[in-house]
Design a protein around this ligand. Structure first.
Ligand code: HEC
Length: 171
């Protein structure tokens, strides 16, 4: 073991160069950007009423991870930060994508409205790691109330219109 540490000490410079070269190299592996249209034909606004105050909250606090269009900060250009963001965006969009909301079945829409209500109520969304940087994306109590009431109202509209599609078991 002692020998090993001596070796490291002797090779310090070389090791540093290798690490530096690796840090430069990873910059060339850039993730694909989420830069689709923010108003796709399948966008939620085409079938669901989204009042402008709710839309403003969703756009500012949710769309970076739950729509087809992310506003990237400059440091998204630095890897591995960019990879890490891409993971969140892909995962967020897979769960809920407002730009593709109309492709969802009626029961899935109902479930998503219910989940929005829950996640916002519990303060789970936006993700904490996002708020470290986007402090102004945090929802105030008034904003939470607006989003929650909007989600409940839209779930109830669907439930009334399509009672047969109400999910039996809510996850
Ligand atoms: C930094 C990215 C990010 C932001 C910003 C963000 N989310 Fe999420 N969201 C995720 C990720 C990742 C998941 C999936 C993992 C999880 O549930 O933690 C998720 C999951 C969800 C789910 C669960 C979907 C389901 O059906 O299970 C809902 C609902 C949700 N987000 C709503 C919102 C709302 C509303 C906002 C804005 C107030 C928001 N999110 C902001 C990344 C984000």
């Amino acid at each position: 073991m002692r020998k090993f540490f001596h070796l490291i000490a002797a090779q310090k410079k070389k090791i540093l160069y290798v690490l530096l070269a690796a840090a430069v190299l990873v910059q060339f592996f850039r993730p694909i950007r989420n830069l689709g249209s923010s108003s796709s034909p399948q966008d939620i606004t085409h079938t669901t009423s989204v009042p402008s105050d709710v839309q403003a909250i969703l756009t500012k606090s949710c769309y970076d991870c739950h729509s087809d269009h992310t506003e990237y900060p400059w440091y998204a250009n630095i890897q591995p930060i960019g990879w890490w963001m891409t993971d969140h965006i892909n995962e967020g969009k897979q769960e809920l994508n407002f730009s593709q909301f109309n492709t969802y079945s009626i029961s899935r829409k109902m479930r998503k409205f219910h989940h929005i209500e829950e996640e916002v109520e519990e303060g789970e969304m936006p993700l904490d790691s996002y708020l470290w940087i986007h402090g102004n994306a945090e929802l105030s109590p008034t904003q939470k109330k607006l989003v929650i009431e909007w989600a409940i109202e839209n779930r109830m509209v669907l439930e009334k219109q399509y009672p047969d599609s109400i999910p039996k078991k809510r996850k």
